[in-house]
Design a protein around this ligand. Structure first.
Ligand code: PMT
Length: 397
């Protein structure tokens, strides 16, 4: 997202200013050209020298000194593709919301048409102050992406909201929001299942499989990047993605209940979870004990088929997509599942490989769509595969 982009990081006077150094490093690592501007107060917390060395550029601190250009703030404003204000104090937020441009930072921001991201960080009472809340709301209305401050240990020595989120989280959230700006799925609801279901055997044991949830999370991110409202129904806790609501479940029955409920208001359903076909006929109330030298015979019954149920009940505007985890005759089984599950698209993957499929960071898939030739996507990261899948999804209806 940030590769070869001109990114301006504006720093204001908060104890969290030190985190701007990490943000600059992360941006440089992701291939951005980075420049930094600082308010006078910011220089009380971190030196311009540090940020100059990290960004590889002079730091903008003053409108009138130290630069050869006559109208430096206009030059910098034009140069920037993206502006981060990290951290943003109540004072700077107030100025930006009210259109005050009385220093290098505010004048440059006001003169720029770049995408603007702001991350407030301050004392919890300041954050809750009606004037600050009003100003933040104004910035949102003006098109700023506001990164909500986190709940955490404040400099004041107690836990409350006002903490600057970690730079990596700021960057990841910004990447999703910037991509989603003109996304093809704005206004659409996408529900996705992820992870292996867990079928309780007794209070301490369950049956499950090797699914890590990585493919489902990657699809959730890719859909959010296209502007969709995403509900991720997952058995695995991995990460919070902006625009994605995580709904945690355990068993196939729980996943079935949530998925069928959510599908009533959804446009797209993607079944990436490895759903157990079977569950124990009964869950033992107490831990199952060893009986002398005997083994244990389990009596299993079938779970509901979530994909097939949803595929059968879909309305004409709804899109249903399944996966097929196969170890042999992959395309044959995939075509069979495409039809039997009433899917609009079925993605096959070979789960006998150790470097793709279950748990790995990569995957290699073949996309099956009725009346179209199969399309193979060679091995790539799961997020790249997910993005490619989502671009095919928007061609379906
Ligand atoms: O989670 P990862 O470690 O990243 O691994 C990704 C993955 C290999 C799990 C994923 O890419 C994948 O293949 N998911 C589907 C796994 C699966 O259950 O495949 P299946 O061929 O058994 O089922 C076919 C389809 O029916 C799947 O979309 C499945 O979600 C769905 N299904 C299956 C059984 C059932 N009772 N209800 C279902 O909805």
């Amino acid at each position: 997202m940030f590769k070869e982009k001109n990114v301006l990081v504006m720093v204001s006077g908060s104890v969290a200013a030190y985190k701007s150094a990490t943000l600059v490093r992360l941006l440089i690592k992701s291939g951005a050209n980075v420049r930094v501007g600082m308010t006078t107060a910011a220089q009380e917390f971190i030196t311009s020298k540090t940020l100059s060395i990290l960004s590889g550029n002079d730091v903008l601190t003053d409108l009138f000194v130290g630069h050869t250009s006559d109208i430096v703030h206009i030059d910098w404003a034009k140069w920037a593709d993206i502006i981060f204000v990290v951290p943003a104090t109540a004072n700077l937020i107030g100025k930006l919301a009210q259109g005050i441009a009385d220093d290098a930072v505010t004048a440059t921001i006001m003169a720029s048409t770049a995408d603007k991201i702001i991350a407030p960080a301050m004392n919890d009472n300041m954050l809750a102050n009606p004037a600050v809340m009003r100003n933040i709301a104004t910035l949102k209305k003006d098109g700023w992406f506001v990164i909500e401050s986190a709940v955490g240990f404040l400099a004041e020595g107690y836990i409350a909201q006002g903490r600057l989120p970690e730079p990596i989280d700021i960057l990841q959230q910004s990447a999703v929001r910037l991509r989603a700006k003109n996304g093809m799925l704005i206004g659409k609801k996408v529900i996705i299942t992820a992870g292996g279901t867990r079928e309780d055997l007794d209070p301490v044991r369950y049956l499950t499989n090797r699914s890590s949830g990585k493919m489902g999370y990657a699809l959730a991110r890719a859909a959010a990047e296209m502007g969709a409202e995403v509900a991720l129904i997952t058995t695995i806790v991995r990460e919070n993605i902006f625009g994605v609501t995580n709904i945690f479940v355990n068993s196939a029955q729980e996943m079935f209940d949530v998925a069928t409920h959510e599908f009533a208001t959804a446009d797209v359903f993607i079944s990436a979870a490895a759903v157990s076909d079977f569950k124990p006929a009964e869950i033992a109330v107490h831990k199952i004990k060893k009986q002398a030298d005997d083994g244990l015979t389990l009596n299993l019954v079938q779970n509901p088929d979530i994909l097939r149920t949803i595929g059968q009940s879909k309305k004409s505007h709804q899109i249903v997509i399944g996966f097929a985890a196969e170890t042999q005759e992959i395309l044959v089984h995939g075509q069979d599942k495409l039809i039997k599950k009433h899917a609009d698209m079925l993605i096959t993957n070979d789960v006998s490989q150790s470097d793709t499929g279950f748990s790995s960071d990569d995957n290699a898939v073949t996309i099956l769509i009725p009346n179209r030739s199969p399309e193979t996507l060679p091995k790539a990261s799961k997020i790249d595969i997910a993005r490619a899948i989502m671009t095919r999804v928007i061609t379906l209806k």
